[in-house]
Write a protein that binds this ligand. Structure first.
Ligand SMILES: NC(=O)C1=CN([C@@H]2O[C@H](COP(=O)(O)OP(=O)(O)OC[C@H]3O[C@@H](n4cnc5c(N)ncnc54)[C@H](OP(=O)(O)O)[C@@H]3O)[C@@H](O)[C@H]2O)C=CC1
Ligand SMILES: O=C(O)CCC(=O)C(=O)O
Ligand SMILES: [Mg+2]
Length: 729
């Protein structure tokens, strides 16, 4: 079946979809291209797993499962927009909203005390965190700034904060007893099955392992982590820098909330010790952040007392980085507010500073407890201190080839991550009773096992060589020979590189810190360098360099060539930006830039044309790319200010330019004729449509919900121009 799947997600991208999708459908209709939507929003994913709690007409299909299957088929052509990777507070928010709307789904059980609750909790835990991307990512990733975007960014540089040599900003990491230090790794000679046991008891039942697969086991010591946190908190206070904590509690949904919670408990030690019993009773969990205390204590007799105790902590503590200083929301409030991939680059772009309680910028100590990847950020900071801020006008570009297929490395480790309740030994055992890996732990420590399959590694090496060949740029494998997992991977890279013609290519293997320095030195000379990295660095680097170069990773082309021949086209590398929704509700202005969607759709159409031998799809895709270039040149991207062109207005210009491009081409006469009249109608009505789109801005608006907005309201808000709608209709 020839179709393109367009995903319905959450927050700002979902709002934008209500405006953009009708345009896309109208443009491709005559070319035999069917666009189908699949709903993978947080709300839909919740409803999909609780059919037994819903009435017949409330039930929805499990679109994520369908797409997961489709991703393994050659005909897959999926445009994937960013979705919420829900932290517990977000998950609970969505549950509550759905319940208010009359869906009788169960509450999230903080602690399951019987079989029914265990079943409910395990269903919710599958929805929690980054639950969508790993299911769809049946391929490795190719993320880059398209030429038009890089070119535009150079002509219209984003604001880059100045860096001072005496900046006190730095990264602080543990020195031992972290995942990095404890990692053990091995490569499987033959296929087998493994189980995970703890002191002989089974933690995870048998699951398959393939021949050639790399498996790792590592631990994070909770006592070492807490000692580290205490020392660094004191140091931040002594040196007058802000304290900030940068985790990936969304993708690392099991380990990172525990680490986040441990640091919250150290920071608010007096409060958590004094009110241990009360917090137990209320079900407060530090893993949800200090915000959980505020949420649970509301209306309780001790509300004021606990709040006073929290405020007392701040008197002796270092200032904490703020997420929203107007509302008093700190970095430690919610585990998903500060997400390392975007938060560290945003800080580096802002002179190495974050915001304090007074709403002023200030140097910061960035806690990134585990050492595996933290050095990349410290090396970038050192580089900026020495050479000053990067200059977006002259800097080189850094595309990435990322190993992520089939839940590679840490991002696939959730079902193999455990916090242990007592001291002992965790073992990974095969069906013959051989111990493949083992780790000693103490009470409260985190054990984590990762898997990386061989076929994705081979595919990743090939993709790296292909990209190096296509660009002529150096391609650097960011691998650390001193890390057990990377040492195994390096062996394979060296073997699989021999499968390809690499003559004339500059291919290197450098540790992440060396690779950062190598890349930064080239960047300032305006030279381009491909980073070839594992899954976590794929995530970090595709925010780090694009945010420095382009101001945002939303402008990246993000292609996932699926291993079975299909295509997954992700839009940008950024997330769903909740503050964009808040602005829409407050002043009816949506500053979300759909550039990532335009770029993804163009490559999706190109892929469609090849697979289905549909020449029109190719013409539509090329015209869309040209239209996107024109939109950038003519500065028709959304502004940040109400009353000016926003997301909806930028979609109007995209439609106008796309229609003009189709009317101007000469390869397909039917398309030419069809779009000539549309282009004319749009151009003739430009002033009227733009004023219909801009004049409504400035006052509050209502979409009837956050996670499950009302379809009529949201469509009205996102399609307010009658003139435009009737031309598109
Ligand atoms: N692929 C996926 O599905 C992803 C999902 N997420 C999820 O998104 C949420 C927010 O994550 P966060 O780490 O804050 O990252 P975001 O990328 O959403 O936000 C960082 C900032 O980048 C800017 N930005 C990002 N995208 C756009 C865009 N299209 N147009 C304009 N500006 C943009 C905004 O800054 P400003 O407006 O100040 O310029 C935004 O506040 C979380 O729920 C996270 O789990 C995150 C990453 C990827
Ligand atoms: O899946 C997620 O939660 C985030 C994904 C992400 O940040 C990325 O792939 O760059
Ligand atoms: Mg990311």
């Amino acid at each position: 079946m020839s179709k393109i799947i367009y995903t319905k997600t959450d927050e700002a991208p979902a709002l934008a979809t209500r405006s953009l999708l009708p345009i896309i459908k109208a443009f491709v209709k005559s070319s035999g291209i069917n666009i189908e939507t699949k709903d993978i929003s947080l709300a839909a994913r919740i409803l999909a797993v609780f059919p037994d709690f819903l009435t017949e007409d409330q039930k929805v299909s499990d679109d994520l499962a369908l797409l997961g299957e489709l991703a393994k088929q050659p005909e897959a052509n999926i445009v994937k927009l960013p979705n919420i990777s829900a932290s517990i507070p977000q998950l609970k928010g969505a549950i509550k909203e759905l319940q208010t709307l009359g869906f009788k789904i169960p509450d999230y059980p903080n602690e399951a005390t019987n079989a029914t609750e265990e079943d409910i909790k395990s269903r919710y835990d599958k929805i929690k965190g980054s639950a969508v991307n790993p299911v769809l990512r049946e391929g490795n990733s190719d993320r880059r700034a398209p030429k038009a975007v890089s070119h535009y960014a150079k002509k219209n540089p984003h604001k880059m904060g100045e860096w001072k040599k005496d900046s006190k900003t730095h990264v602080a990491s543990m020195e031992a007893n972290d995942f990095y230090g404890s990692e053990k790794s091995t490569t499987l000679a033959e296929a087998t099955e493994f189980k995970i046991t703890f002191n002989g008891k089974e933690l995870k039942g048998y699951a398959p392992l393939l021949a050639g697969e790399i498996i790792d086991a590592s631990t994070m010591s909770i006592s070492a982590l807490k000692a580290f946190a205490a020392k660094e908190i004191a140091d931040a206070k002594a040196n007058g820098v802000l304290l900030s904590l940068h985790m990936k509690a969304t993708m690392m949904k099991v380990s990172d909330p525990i680490i986040f919670g441990a640091i919250v408990e150290v920071f608010y030690k007096d409060v958590f010790e004094k009110y241990a019993e009360l917090f137990d009773e209320l079900g407060v969990s530090a893993t949800n952040g200090i915000g959980d205390v505020y949420a649970k204590i509301e209306g309780h007799a001790k509300e004021d007392e606990v709040k006073t105790a929290i405020n007392a902590v701040y008197e002796d503590a270092p200032a904490v980085a703020m997420v929203n200083s107007d509302k008093g929301i700190t970095n430690l409030h919610v585990p998903s507010d500060v997400i390392v991939d975007a938060s560290m680059p945003a800080m580096i772009r802002t002179s190495g500073q974050m915001w304090n309680a007074e709403g002023q910028q200030q140097d910061t100590k960035a806690l990134i407890p585990d050492r595996s990847y933290a050095g990349v950020f410290q090396a970038t900071i050192d580089f900026c201190k020495q050479h000053g801020a990067f200059n977006p006008v002259t800097m080189g570009t850094t595309p990435n080839v990322g190993l992520m297929a089939q839940k590679a490395e840490e991002y696939g480790s959730h079902d193999k991550t455990f916090q242990l309740s007592e001291a002992g030994t965790v073992e990974v055992v095969d069906t013959n009773g051989n111990i493949l890996l083992s780790q000693d732990v103490k009470e409260g420590d985190i054990f984590r096992m990762c898997q990386t399959k061989d076929a994705p590694i081979q595919n990743w090496v090939k993709l790296a060589v292909d990209r190096a060949r296509a660009t002529g740029w150096p391609a650097v494998f960011w691998l650390d020979e001193n890390r057990a997992h990377d040492a195994e991977l390096i062996k394979k890279v060296n073997i699989y590189l021999k499968d390809h013609d690499t003559k004339g290519l500059d291919l290197q293997i450098l540790s992440p810190i060396e690779a950062t320095i190598f890349t930064c030195e080239r960047i300032v000379k305006g030279e381009d360098t491909i980073s070839v990295s594992g899954n976590v660095l794929r995530d970090y680097l595709t925010d780090l360099f694009p945010i420095l170069e382009l101001g945002t990773s939303a402008k990246m082309l993000s292609i996932v060539p699926l291993m079975n021949g299909g295509g997954l086209f992700e839009t940008g590398a950024g997330g769903s930006a909740p503050k964009h929704v808040q602005q829409l509700l407050k002043e009816n202005h949506l500053r979300w830039d759909s550039l990532g969607e335009f770029l993804a759709l163009a490559v999706s159409l190109e892929h469609f044309s090849i697979v289905n031998n549909n020449e029109k799809a190719k013409i539509l895709g090329d015209a869309l790319d040209n239209a996107t270039g024109k939109l950038l040149d003519n500065k028709k991207s959304p502004s940040r200010k109400a009353g000016e062109l926003d997301n909806r207005g930028s979609h109007f210009y995209l439609a106008l330019y796309w229609a003009q491009e189709l009317a101007n081409q000469n390869e397909d006469q039917d398309l030419k004729t069809e779009f000539a009249s549309i282009a004319k109608a749009l151009a003739d009505n430009e002033a009227k449509i733009v004023s219909e789109l801009n004049d409504i801005q400035g006052s509050p608006t209502d979409i009837g919900g956050y996670y499950e907005p009302n379809e009529t309201l949201i469509n009205n808000v996102m399609r307010p121009s009658k003139t435009f709608n009737s031309i598109i209709g």
